[in-house]
Design a protein around this ligand. Structure first.
Ligand code: MLT
Length: 286
């Protein structure tokens, strides 16, 4: 489905975001997308949270937003120290632009990595957290080698090559058999993104730091969601975050892989709705 995105200019760069839910509501949920899908992955959440305004920011370079031009060289000279934290700063800048103070903020996978950046850079900006199919550990060993393979695939085969490589790993066997439209949609979402953006995001992820240390400092209500068949960010990763974040809630979704919000929107939305009902949430400034 083609989605109309909203646009703002922030520091001279185009920032894009998708508005879902009830735009006039003061209760705001922010949802940060995975790699390398863009905001349309949140379509199954469009009408899921009555009484909530939902904003899905496009990270730099995605969905026609401007890249922050994090070249392999500049990646190591960014201020903040980690490029993933520059993505977090981008989300905060958008909240400032929209006059949104302390929303509930959630991210799936790479979106979760951005959340850890947010917890380093501006923890006061989230009134509650949703960490879906993500993990706080950085990349090393085989994971770094896989990133380098991804960069090769982008250079030789573009976004279609990335889709060929990734899509089979993103969903469970059940989703492949019972919801083939999800597989088709994932491929479409990946192929819609510019190869240069996919490469930049790959480098941003491969230089992200270990973030386990931020978890014990979390002082706001936190929901952790994981597909039980997720092989990229596993149930063990989710359980580890659940143990480290005091008072957190965990929702395990059976039969589902990495893209839990798309593979099982009913269960994902029910878990988030239940959480939002408990935390309330004040979106406005102040
Ligand atoms: C994602 O879904 O954002 C990616 O699979 C995360 C990753 O590659 O580490």
């Amino acid at each position: 489905m083609a989605t109309t995105l909203s646009t703002r200019t922030i520091d001279g760069r185009t920032a894009r975001f998708m508005e879902l839910g009830e735009a006039s509501s003061a209760r705001v949920l922010v949802l940060i997308h995975a790699f390398p899908m863009g905001t349309a992955m949140w379509e199954p959440q469009r009408a899921a949270f009555p009484g909530w305004r939902v904003i899905a920011p496009a990270l730099p370079g995605f969905d026609g937003s401007d890249s922050h031009a994090l070249t392999p060289h500049s990646l190591f000279r960014t201020a903040p120290a980690y490029a993933i934290d520059a993505y977090a700063d981008h989300v905060v800048a958008l909240l400032d632009e929209l006059g949104i103070g302390r929303p509930v903020i959630g991210g799936l996978s790479m979106g979760g990595y951005v959340m850890f950046g947010l917890l380093r850079r501006a923890p006061e900006r989230a009134s509650a957290l949703i960490l879906a199919d993500t993990r706080p550990t950085g990349d090393s060993g085989e994971r770094l080698a896989a990133r380098r393979r991804t960069l090769d695939i982008i250079a030789t085969k573009g976004a279609a090559g990335v889709a060929d490589d990734m899509v089979p790993k993103l969903v469970s066997a059940r989703t492949r058999a019972e919801r083939p439209a999800v597989v088709t949609e994932l491929r479409r979402l990946i192929e819609a993104q510019p190869p240069a953006t996919i490469a930049e995001a790959t480098r941003v992820m491969m230089t992200r730091p270990e973030s386990t240390d931020v978890l014990p400092d979390v002082r706001v209500p936190t929901l952790i969601v994981v597909g039980e068949e997720d092989t990229i960010t596993t149930v063990a990763d989710a359980e580890m975050m659940h143990e480290a974040i005091r008072g957190s809630t965990i929702a395990r979704i059976p039969g589902v892989g990495h893209m839990s919000n798309m593979e099982a929107p009913e269960a994902f939305n029910a878990a988030v709705r239940d959480f939002l009902g408990r935390v309330g949430g004040r979106g406005g400034v102040g």
